[in-house]
Write a protein of this length. Structure first.
Length: 593
């Protein structure tokens, strides 16, 4: 087991058992429900969300609570079949150990270990016979079956009384009670070579092959032609396509979409060899990059070469990945208003960057994730830092609240990239660039896989709370004159007010900008009636949220702070109170008089 388990407890009654389980696994931590457990290694606030997060990140789970609770919590994730970590329920007092999930990742072995330590029998529910079927037909990570049909026939033969010998290395089969005999006619063959069609064999392929291609192999290739080329070359060498774990290419091809397409089509990892400018052939690239014991399978064609490692490969140990930078929006605060795509980015990130408050909002993070929280407001610096990390092969999540493209990091990230391409926007940047950015660095930044994942912006979240004030044409304005001259803001306010647009003010006021909001309201009052509806949403989607409806006449800048969204209605924005609930709704009709 590579990742130590998370031992999850809901109350102090489970603490003693938890510590006994903990002592079995190096690095294991006890996760306690906040408010109920005080001295856990790790705290969580909501059991369901926490268990799902652990499960999704592949962390083995030992939950000291009812099996039913654990099942209900994890159930929503079970449809997505992927690598499944072991999940066990253990009675608080240590009287029962129930393996629930992860039959192929060693849950029964864990159940036995824990049960032995607690001196109770484990509740193993997989019978021996079924177990060898399951394990042979559904090999663990790092191995694949050559053919499921062939496998089913083979297992039914074994169930009918045949014995088998094992050829090749498959350590996990040692734990399976197979009817084994060294002189058996039938054989389980563990090999990277293609199955030759023999029916008395069950062929299992270790994912141990790396295929390397050089620049000439990709020149003029399409995704399909390159994939065919790789499959034919593997076939010519007798290698099974299913044994290929990694496609290795020179770093200079990092942003080549053809490679990404091929890796995805073949469902193999795409990794890159260091580019020292010498343009080595494929075979040389393999020998320089592979650090594990391996054998070269070469036929003299310099553009494509294969190497077979002695055991299944961890793709992460071969060369380096193309780095990725995801600029994501967290939404206003409430986790349920964050897009699943943004949540997935957070789960997969190796590094999380952002303003402290937002990084906290995005957490908690695993011990293996690096968090670079900063109270530094220098956004360009943060954007460059993100590219430095990503261009070194890390998966970086840059977090903003709301939407990352609305007065937030996405534009700063693109500006940093644009600057690195050699488009400095002012002289200071020009100087910084000639000194700091070499050509190679620019290329490395450009090779980073960049994506922007949207979020629910504060104006939209606030509008939804109060009804539909943005139901007709509207505009969003930042009242901050940190990055734009105040006269520009005044002009825009005047035009927007005159055009009768509903207006959403971001960054309405701060200690450093005390007078700007009053000035802005003066301008708006020149064009809009005193009874114009105004909505103030503060900390929407966060603890202590407040929502207030007022009018332009009554609005005072003292009612507003930097955590407030100000929505100024148009001439048609209206409000009414629902008789039954007493709740006030605000909306702007979709039509105009
Ligand atoms: N990218 C963010 C906006 C950042 S600018 C977004 O799309 O929402 C910061 C301003 O947004 C704050 O000054 C405040 O006016 C507004 N804001 C951000 N989060 C808010 C929230 N939860 N409730 C109310 N206003 C918020």
């Amino acid at each position: 087991m590579t990742t130590p388990p998370a031992i999850v407890i809901l109350g102090v009654g489970a603490q003693a058992t938890a510590r006994r389980v903990q002592s079995l696994y190096e690095g294991a931590q006890v996760h306690g429900l906040q408010g109920r457990v005080s001295d856990a290694d790790n705290a969580f606030t909501e059991l369901g969300a926490h268990l799902r997060e652990l499960y999704a990140s592949g962390t083995p789970i030992v939950a000291l609570c009812a099996a039913g609770i654990v099942i209900r919590c994890i159930a929503p994730l079970l449809a997505n079949k992927g690598v499944e970590p072991p999940v066990l329920a253990v009675a608080e007092d240590g009287s029962a150990v129930v393996p629930l999930l992860g039959g192929l990742s060693g849950v029964n072995a864990m159940a036995r270990e824990i049960a032995a330590a607690l001196d109770v029998p484990p509740a193993i529910t997989t019978s021996g016979e079924l177990r060898f079927g399951a394990c042979v037909l559904n090999p663990p990570d790092g191995y694949t079956l050559a053919s499921l049909d062939q496998g089913k026939r083979f297992v039914s033969d074994l169930l009918a009384g045949e014995a088998t010998r094992i050829e090749g290395d498959a350590p996990w089969l040692d734990d399976v009670q197979l009817p084994r005999a060294d002189d058996a006619r039938r054989a389980i063959r563990v090999t990277p070579m293609a199955w030759n069609g023999a029916t008395d064999e069950l062929v299992i392929h270790p994912r141990s092959v790396v295929v390397a291609i050089d620049k000439t192999a990709t020149a003029a290739a399409t995704g399909d032609s390159l994939r065919e080329h790789i499959l034919e070359a593997a076939h010519a060498r007798g290698l099974a396509a299913q044994s290929i774990a990694v496609l290795l290419a020179p770093a200079s091809l990092m942003s080549d979409p053809v490679l990404a397409h091929v890796a995805q089509a073949l469902q193999i990892a795409l990794r890159f060899a260091a580019d020292d400018g010498s343009q080595p052939g494929a075979a040389t690239m393999l020998s320089k990059t592979l650090r594990m014991p391996h054998q070269a399978v070469d036929d003299g064609d310099a553009s494509i070469a294969f190497a077979v490692a002695h055991a299944p490969l961890d793709p992460a140990s071969v060369g380096r990945a193309r780095g990725k930078l995801s600029v994501i929006g967290l939404g206003p605060g409430d986790a349920s208003l964050m897009a699943p795509a943004a949540r997935a980015v957070l789960t997969q990130a190796t590094d999380i960057l952002g303003y402290e408050t937002y990084v906290e909002m995005a957490g908690p993070f695993r011990a293996d994730q690096r968090v670079h929280a900063t109270d530094n407001r220098e956004e360009m610096q943060r954007a460059r830092h993100a590219f430095e990390l990503a261009s070194a092969g890390r998966r970086v999540a840059m977090v903003s609240s709301g939407d990352p493209g609305v007065f937030a990091m996405a534009a700063a990230v693109l500006e940093a990239l644009d600057e690195a391409r050699g488009h400095p926007h002012n002289e200071a940047q020009m100087e910084a660039q000639t000194e700091a950015h070499t050509q190679a660095q620019n290329a490395a930044w450009a090779a980073v896989e960049l994506e922007i994942v949207p979020g629910i912006s504060a104006a939209l979240a606030t509008a939804a709370q109060v009804g539909a004030p943005l139901g007709h044409d509207f505009c969003v304005l930042s009242l901050s004159d940190n990055l734009k001259p105040w006269p520009v803001i005044e002009t825009r306010l005047r035009h927007a007010a005159e055009a009768d647009l509903v207006m959403a003010f971001y960054n309405p006021i701060s200690r450093a900008r005390p007078w700007q909001l009053d000035k802005a309201l003066d301008i708006v009052r020149d064009f809009r009636a005193p009874k114009t509806i105004v909505v103030l949403g503060r900390d929407i989607g966060r603890p202590g949220a407040t929502l207030k409806t007022t009018t332009l006449a009554e609005l005072k800048s003292a009612d507003v702070d930097m955590r407030t969204m100000v929505i100024i209605g148009s001439s048609t924005t209206r409000a009414f109170r629902a008789a039954e609930t007493g709740r006030e709704w605000v909306y702007t009709p979709r039509w105009y008089k």
